[in-house]
Ligand binder design. Structure first.
Ligand SMILES: *[C@@H]1O[C@H](CO)[C@@H](O)[C@H](O)[C@H]1NC(C)=O
Ligand SMILES: *[C@@H]1O[C@H](CO)[C@@H](O)[C@H](O)[C@H]1NC(C)=O
Ligand SMILES: *[C@@H]1O[C@H](CO)[C@@H](O)[C@H](O)[C@H]1NC(C)=O
Ligand SMILES: *[C@@H]1O[C@H](CO)[C@@H](O)[C@H](O)[C@H]1NC(C)=O
Length: 497
């Protein structure tokens, strides 16, 4: 693991980190801005087709495809004078906030149900850089247009002069709120513009929060809403210690531009045992990315997890499990930052996702199959591991863009109370957090052993009660074959609902 890397380059440094600007006087009393985010299933609304943002040239990028049925987190915002309402997808994996232009082709004939933006109807609109905004996502969708400044309202807070993109030409019917590092702004990677103050930075500059940091609580898969809290943490939304981790610099540079932390262990736990899994990739840099619905981990590790949870692959090589595994009491315990570091337990009930079809033969004949929330990353020289929403729902995550740290704790599902603690000043460390004590001692390239047997596996497949997942009707018909993976069971045929 590289040593602590304080962001001394670029825009955050120009804000005067560690210098005289650390003044709390001008911020409003609470120093936080709270924003509700709604979870939406693609089957209930427009198709969510966003994947992870392609990285800039020089690094190998895999296509990490989001499952279109697993939904996304959306936030309501208002733009312009008078305010126009739009609903945008929240994304920690990109850094621009942009909306679809009302006059764009995709909005013709009522194609933009989430709202769009019409600059001609805003008296405060200023076009900044014509043609400079261009962003591409790994599923080949994209948006092109201009950067502009205007009034932006989110979570009841108003920013007077926010820089945003407008998608004049796009195949995505809604925009995004990208809350990543300014150095990762699309127009910066392409050399079109210099870094600008994106949403988290502008909130600081306009005095709404005391530092450039926020925390995210997605809540349960069964719940429809979570929240993003700029400038603070909410101690009622997690249990156990909130552990601080350093963020890895991007592999081809010394600068931190994304939220990658060190995954150092995974243990499968059930009533029949506890198996410490191994991976040649540990410590694995994993990006905490809310814009990705599934999680993508090292192949050797994922194969062990599939053995534990009896995950099989369908004809499209997508992992599935019987939907009633949602009642399994088994869980995976993810460890970060070495011994004694952050721990987040992810139960099977959070990993068993939407129904995709029925098994028509084999041990699970007659049962409904559900998508499993963890997949492998194709092995390449420079793999990019991601912990997306299927992991993030079980965690309370704090992103500190000034100190280049993240903090993780076990989430408190369905917490209704709130105890908000604001960061006191610019560059203050994450409130109520403790550093992972052995992070400096993490050894790269020490291969952790694969278990020789899997005693926990039996406990993963024992389920009781009826599955609470209701199979959805109206999906594609047809017949698929699902191969049982590594279990010697042979082929199982599988039909779509
Ligand atoms: C708004 O921001 C732009 C840069 O994004 C800057 O050039 C302009 O001066 C700002 N306007 C005000 C009123 O602060
Ligand atoms: C959270 O609430 C939802 C209903 O809104 C419920 O279905 C779910 O089981 C709850 N989760 C937990 C962990 O209690
Ligand atoms: C997570 O799992 C580990 C291993 O079983 C356990 O020791 C720990 O108490 C669990 N944490 C929480 C918050 O449940
Ligand atoms: C799939 O199985 C469920 C019960 O598990 C049943 O209600 C449903 O009709 C089946 N669907 C098809 C297409 O066979």
């Amino acid at each position: 693991m590289k040593s602590r890397n304080v962001n001394t380059l670029g825009l955050l440094a120009s804000l005067g980190v560690g210098a005289v600007l650390a003044d709390t006087g001008s911020a409003p009393a609470a120093g936080v801005v709270h924003m509700d985010i709604q979870r939406r299933n693609a089957v209930d609304g427009p198709v969510v087709k966003l994947g992870r943002r392609s990285s800039s040239s020089g690094t190998v990028t895999e296509t990490l495809e989001n499952s279109i049925n697993e939904g996304a987190y959306m936030a309501n915002v208002k733009v312009g004078t008078p305010l126009q309402t739009v609903t945008l997808q929240l994304d920690t994996g990109s850094s621009d906030t942009w909306m679809v232009y009302t006059g764009s082709t995709i909005c013709q004939g009522g194609g933009c149900n989430d709202g769009s933006f019409d600059p001609d109807k805003s008296s405060t609109f200023t076009d900044l850089a014509k043609g400079a905004f261009a962003i591409g996502y790994s599923d080949q969708s994209s948006a092109k247009g201009d950067y502009f400044n205007d009034v932006f309202q989110i979570g009841g807070a108003t920013l007077q002069n926010m820089t945003m993109g407008i998608g004049l030409n796009t195949d995505i019917p809604f925009g995004l709120v990208g809350v990543g590092y300014p150095s990762n702004e699309a127009g910066v990677s392409s050399g079109q513009i210099k870094e600008y103050a994106n949403l988290p930075v502008q909130m600081y500059k306009e005095g709404l929060v005391n530092t450039v940091a926020y925390s995210m609580w997605l809540n349960d898969l069964e719940a429809s809403a979570g929240s993003l809290l700029f400038g603070g943490i909410d101690t009622a939304k997690f249990s156990g210690p909130l552990m601080r981790l350093q963020l890895y610099p991007t592999s081809d540079s010394t600068t931190v531009t994304e939220f990658a932390v060190a995954l150092t262990s995974v243990t499968a736990v059930s009533k029949s045992g506890s198996d410490k899994l191994g991976s040649s990739a540990f410590p694995a840099p994993v990006v905490l990315d809310s814009g990705t619905t599934l999680s993508f981990l090292p192949d050797d590790l994922v194969q062990e997890m599939y053995k534990e949870a009896s995950v099989t692959l369908d004809d499209n090589s997508k992992p599935v499990v019987p939907c009633n595994y949602i009642n399994s009491k088994g869980y995976f315990s993810f460890g970060f930052g070495g011994a004694g570091g952050a721990v987040v337990n992810v139960s099977m009930s959070e990993l068993v996702l939407t129904p995709v079809g029925n098994y028509t033969s084999g041990a699970n004949k007659g049962q409904t199959a559900c998508r499993f929330g963890i997949e492998t990353v194709p092995s390449t020289a420079n793999p990019s591991y991601v912990l997306g929403d299927s992991f993030l729902r079980s965690a309370f995550v704090v992103y500190d863009l000034v100190n280049n740290e993240a903090a993780l704790a076990q989430t408190n599902f369905n917490a209704t109370n709130s105890n908000i603690v604001a960061f006191p000043s610019l560059s203050a460390t994450i409130p109520s957090s403790t550093p992972a004590p052995n992070e400096a001692n993490i050894q790269q390239g020490v291969v952790s052993a694969t278990p020789t047997s899997y005693p926990a596996a039996a406990g993963f497949t024992s389920t009781s009660a009826a599955g609470r997942v209701q199979a959805r009707s109206g999906e594609v018909g047809g017949v698929m074959l699902a191969a049982m993976l590594s279990l010697g069971v042979g082929l199982v045929s599988f039909s779509m609902l």
